[in-house]
Design a protein around this ligand. Structure first.
Ligand code: SF4
Ligand code: SF4
Length: 208
């Protein structure tokens, strides 16, 4: 996504919501449909045992993400693709006129900002209705996913980066490489809704 210069006042007036449904808990200052929170995550959990098993498999044969179509992957394989960066759990803003998206450093209220894990993954869709579940079918349409997202990379025919836990063999590598949101966010529970635009950041799409 192209980065933008300083937001002009006229643009601010027209800034509008992303396409997702506004959650019941949203504290948005612009009522009803004038502005919504951007779409959120998807597949932010992996079972560590599942991943370890898949990493063992990787050592002996060509890894599944290079040989299988997304639609042919098992649920465990699909879930293990998530690198745990949690960038997709950040609130995003969409320009009403241009459709351009911008990330903020505000995290979903359910995200544990220290571990980058969803606080209630099984019930996320109930607690956060605009949390979108990523599937092989919708991955191509979700243009708001960060460019570093493993699902987006594979959908675009690219390979996983060195810091992806499936490649590195280390759960921490995504954090150590500075590719996650860990330690860089504030919870939406702690933010004044009128300050959303003050929290726009570019690092989620800069890859660092
Ligand atoms: S952006 Fe992609 S890889 Fe990162 S947490 Fe979200 S679904 Fe997982
Ligand atoms: S509900 Fe969980 S998975 Fe969904 S955006 Fe929030 S923290 Fe992320």
């Amino acid at each position: 996504m192209a980065q933008r210069g300083p937001v002009k006042l006229s643009e601010k007036k027209h800034r509008k919501p992303c396409a997702a449904t506004q959650p019941a808990s949203c504290l948005c200052p612009w009522a009803s449909n004038q502005r919504k929170l951007g779409p959120r995550l998807t597949s932010l959990t992996r079972n560590a045992d599942d991943r370890n098993a898949l990493m063992d498999e990787k050592l002996t044969e060509q890894p599944f993400w290079q040989t299988k179509k997304m639609t042919d992957m098992s649920r465990e394989e699909w879930e293990s693709l998530c690198d745990g960066c949690a960038k997709c759990c950040l609130i995003k803003l969409e320009d009403e006129d241009t459709g351009e998206l911008e990330y903020t450093d505000i995290a979903c209220s359910l995200l544990d900002c220290n571990t980058c894990q969803c606080g209630d993954y099984p019930n996320r869709s109930v607690k956060v209705p605009d949390c979108v579940t990523l599937t092989p079918e919708n991955v191509q349409q979700l243009n708001w996913m960060p460019s570093t997202c493993a699902y987006r990379l594979l959908a675009n025919g690219e390979n996983l980066p060195w810091w992806h836990p499936l490649v590195s063999g280390e759960e921490e590598s995504v954090h150590l490489a500075g590719m996650s949101v860990r330690g860089r966010t504030v919870s939406e529970d702690d933010i004044d809704p009128t300050d959303l635009e003050e929290r726009i950041v570019t690092w989620p799409e800069q890859g660092k």
